[in-house]
Design a protein around this ligand. Structure first.
Ligand SMILES: NC(=O)C1=CN([C@@H]2O[C@H](COP(=O)(O)OP(=O)(O)OC[C@H]3O[C@@H](n4cnc5c(N)ncnc54)[C@H](O)[C@@H]3O)[C@@H](O)[C@H]2O)C=CC1
Ligand SMILES: O=C(O)[C@@H]1CCC=N1
Length: 266
């Protein structure tokens, strides 16, 4: 089964590198990429063939679209003549609905919408997938196997996709923002930057491992750290005073709303 990746920026390369790590033969992979210098970089790094979008589409069994939502209309118009019924089209773009894609491609092309995230680069990705209207279980299974090479995959109804985008798609950025803020705080408290970075990163990794390995609710884990009248309680009071919980809710609502707007082409 050959796979074409159209748009090889951050997320396109993440998918490509995951497939290569998972043992996909490079001669079964193709890339369509607009920027010539980027195309050369990928050819050198992976030995993958970078071809025109139309050639990639014509030759591949599965086509993964990893361009920005704003570029999706143009790319679909370009490749539509080369798409054929039974082929699988997988979109990784935020906001873009399967109905939008289906309205621009030939009848019978199976469309799957995916929301991946960048931890896929280290095989710890979280991807959600939703079927379009001409999709059977084999198409969904094929999309699942593409993404499973770089982490977990969850099947969801498409109506949840904008919320999923706000949580796991954009989520790594929120976590990196928290990490960055904690490192900066450590520097303010007088720690060398390297020390603060090591402390924060390992604290994040350890906390994530506890969540995953114990399955314990985060509230319980937080309570275990919070000694009565202790340091953690003092810190958490400040986070509540500064409305961090409300800020997270507002931030994720904003991301969900932006995903909806992208569907409208803005
Ligand atoms: N970066 C992330 O964490 C995530 C991104 N996504 C989605 O992935 C898609 C790509 O995002 P990024 O990789 O971050 O953007 P990016 O800007 O790094 O990559 C887009 C790539 O598409 C190429 N491109 C643009 N027009 C093209 C065309 N007509 N033909 C071939 N290549 C073309 C660009 O040259 C660029 O290399 C977006 O739709 C985004 O919503 C989804 C989840 C997470
Ligand atoms: O920021 C964005 O629009 C993309 C989608 C999810 C993560 N990055």
């Amino acid at each position: 089964m050959s796979t074409a990746i159209i748009g090889a920026g951050v997320m396109g390369e993440t998918l490509l590198s995951g497939l290569v790590r998972a043992g996909r033969r490079v001669d079964q992979l193709m890339v369509g990429e607009k920027r010539p210098e980027r195309a050369r970089e990928l050819e050198e790094r992976y030995g993958v063939a970078v071809v025109s979008n139309r050639e990639a589409t014509a030759k591949a069994d599965t086509v993964a679209l990893v361009v920005k939502p704003q570029d999706m209309g143009d790319v679909l118009d370009e490749i539509a003549p080369d798409l054929r019924a039974g082929q699988l089209l997988v979109s990784l773009a935020a906001g873009i609905t399967t109905a939008y894609i289906e309205s621009r491609v030939p009848e019978g092309v199976a469309v799957v919408r995916v929301m991946p995230n960048t931890p896929a680069l280290v095989d710890e990705g979280m991807a959600a997938i939703a079927p379009g209207s001409h999709c059977d279980d084999s198409h969904l299974a094929e999309a699942e196997s593409l993404l499973a090479s770089t982490g977990k995959v969850l099947r969801i109804p498409e109506k949840q996709m904008d919320a999923v985008t706000a949580i796991s798609g954009s989520g790594p950025a929120y976590i990196f923002f928290v990490v960055e803020s904690m490192i900066e705080a450590g520097v303010h408290l007088g720690l060398p930057r390297a020390t603060a970075t090591e402390l924060v990163v390992q604290t994040l990794v350890g906390s994530a491992a506890m969540l995953r390995e114990t399955g314990t609710h985060p509230v319980v884990l937080r309570e275990q750290v919070t000694s009565p009248g202790g340091t953690t309680a003092s810190a958490l009071r400040e986070l509540e005073i500064h409305k961090v919980r409300a800020a997270f809710l507002a931030a994720m609502e904003a991301a969900r709303n932006r995903s909806r707007e992208l569907a409208e082409g803005s």
